[in-house]
Design a protein around this ligand. Structure first.
Ligand code: HEM
Length: 187
């Protein structure tokens, strides 16, 4: 598609590589850590896991809740194009601003019970994990589809997956993920 679309077929090497990296890395770490994060969240909240097991239709809201809860990319950065005032703070044009999706996703003034993992949350898709505005994640529907299929298949195959020990988290202020999450599937 990139090669044939007039908008993209003549990109510079730098721009092409940038787009490919976004597609490959942006669509890999994010969904991968959402898989591990979802499993951990469900195992730490057994009553929520029981709700989904009893009613797999809840996968519809489980998936966006996992993506909100995990927030696999904690932030992005923007450069302001004009002077703005935000909640009494002045930000000058040209300044670099960090948008903490992770913090927004725990904002009690926007999300009820934001610090709880709730599989049947109302308005579950209203989170910031995919960013906001013109650069909002291009792969958001694909990511949701991957995770939906994963959990549909897990729920039909395994009544229980136990997390063993303490997860080893990735040391990064950007990618919120795991280096190790040992699990056991009881026979
Ligand atoms: C749970 C999974 C995912 C999360 C949490 C996620 C998150 C994000 C975030 C936060 C951004 C930046 C938005 C902004 O700057 O405003 C982004 C952009 C992007 N994502 Fe994702 N992403 C996920 C999955 C995917 C997948 C599966 C793909 C494609 C295979 C993908 C491709 C992209 C691309 C191409 C952009 C750049 C869009 C642009 O700059 O216009 N992402 N994503």
């Amino acid at each position: 598609m990139l090669a044939h679309n007039p908008e993209t077929q003549n990109m510079s090497t730098r721009e092409l590589m940038g787009n490919l990296v976004l597609l490959i890395v942006g669509g890999n770490d994010t969904t991968r850590h959402s898989m591990s994060g979802g499993l951990l969240a469900l195992s730490e909240n057994p009553t929520e896991w029981a709700k989904v097991s009893a009613n797999p239709a809840l996968i519809e809201t489980l998936i966006p809740e996992i993506i909100r809860w995990q927030t696999p990319l904690a932030h992005m950065r923007r450069t302001t194009v004009k002077d703005v005032e935000l909640r009494g703070k002045r930000i000058k044009a040209g300044e670099k601003v960090v948008m903490w999706y992770l913090s927004g996703n725990r904002d009690e003034s926007a999300i009820n019970d934001a610090d709880r993992f709730v599989v049947d949350r109302a308005r579950a898709r209203q989170h910031l994990s995919f960013g906001f505005g013109v650069h909002r994640c291009l792969g958001n529907r694909l990511a949701e589809m991957q995770l939906r299929i994963l959990w549909e298949e897990i729920l039909t195959r395994f009544p229980l997956i136990e997390v063993m020990g303490t997860p080893v988290r990735l040391r990064s202020a950007f990618v919120r993920g795991f280096k190790e999450l040992l699990v056991r599937i009881p026979a």
